[in-house]
Design a protein around this ligand. Sequence first.
Ligand code: SAH
Ligand code: SF4
Length: 344
Amino acid sequence: MLDIGSMTPEEIAVRLTEMGQPAYRAGQIFRWIHSGTGSFDKMTDLPAALRQELEKKFVIYSIKIDKKLVSPGDNTVKYLYRLHDGETVESVVMHYKHGSSVCISSQVGCKMGCGFCATGLGGFTRNLTASEMLAQIMAAKKDLSIDINHAVLMGMGEPLDNFEALSRFLTLVSHPQGLAISRRHISVSTCGLVDGIYKLMETKPQCTLSVSLHAPDDELRSRLMPVNRRWNIKELLDACRRFTKETGRRVSFEYALIKDLNDAEEQAVRLAALLRGMKAHLNLIPMNAVKETPYRKSDRKRIMCFFKVLTNAGINVTIRRTLGADIGASCGQLRGKSPNNTDI
Ligand code: SAH
Ligand code: SF4
């Protein structure tokens, strides 16, 4: 069975022609699927015989809301979705002044093993298809009856480790007959897969690249993030500079402040030196403590001091609003608590 939700209208048209059907139906089918229609039955402007044919050849991977938590503080909504094979992934919808943004997952679990991350602790199960990434946005849109105009791949999984599906997702999510979210409003977050950054750059993605840095030196970064043993900070920052040069898009760095580990003034000085001269934005995030790990959130005083050092050094830096911290909105935290989840 073909996963029709991961296909472009052109690819659907080729299949229709093979089936002896008119190619123009592809646009209709594409619009139905990308407006969240989960079955061919409901595509009422298609002939009944065609709908039956489609059912035999194609599958629409829909997802179900398994759990939903709304943060009383800021209306951030966190979903645990159940996929067609029973696996679960998380998404978070955040509301800003400029509209609503959804944070989606790209894999069930993750291979990268970052020591502070709830997803990393659970290991890897499988890649998501492009259609499963899109379905997370469609389901949230439908459930909340809102328009979603920004998407970040910062949920569970490492998007650059699922490159083929990521490329398809970027094509489909921005398609004018689909969700039509501008690629400029999409951020791809990576722990630092340097080969993936170069590959992404070659596709002229027009999206923002977000890099999880979390340490100002290789010794500490390798301890926190095993990927740093494969590509060190210099190689990573070289790739980021190239990305900006080739695409014109600035890179955004994420730095989660961990109590007494990466939050000292001297480390802020080192971080400033690394980022000086780059067309970059730095996001400081208070660590969302995961129970099973030894890492805890920095004190407010240390966060402010860290921030000040970077600002004074001329770095474009913000402290990220911790949306939905009261509902465990850090990746992997809700899934870890799901009673139906057997693999964590
Ligand atoms: N795999 C990608 C994207 C998913 S993780 C990546 O690592 O970038 C999304 C972001 O959440 C990353 O910046 C990651 O470092 C961060 N993160 C993971 N666990 C966290 C935690 N417990 N507290 C704060 N940020 C965390
Ligand atoms: Fe994977 Fe990102 Fe978590 Fe690291 S932080 S384990 S790369 S999801």
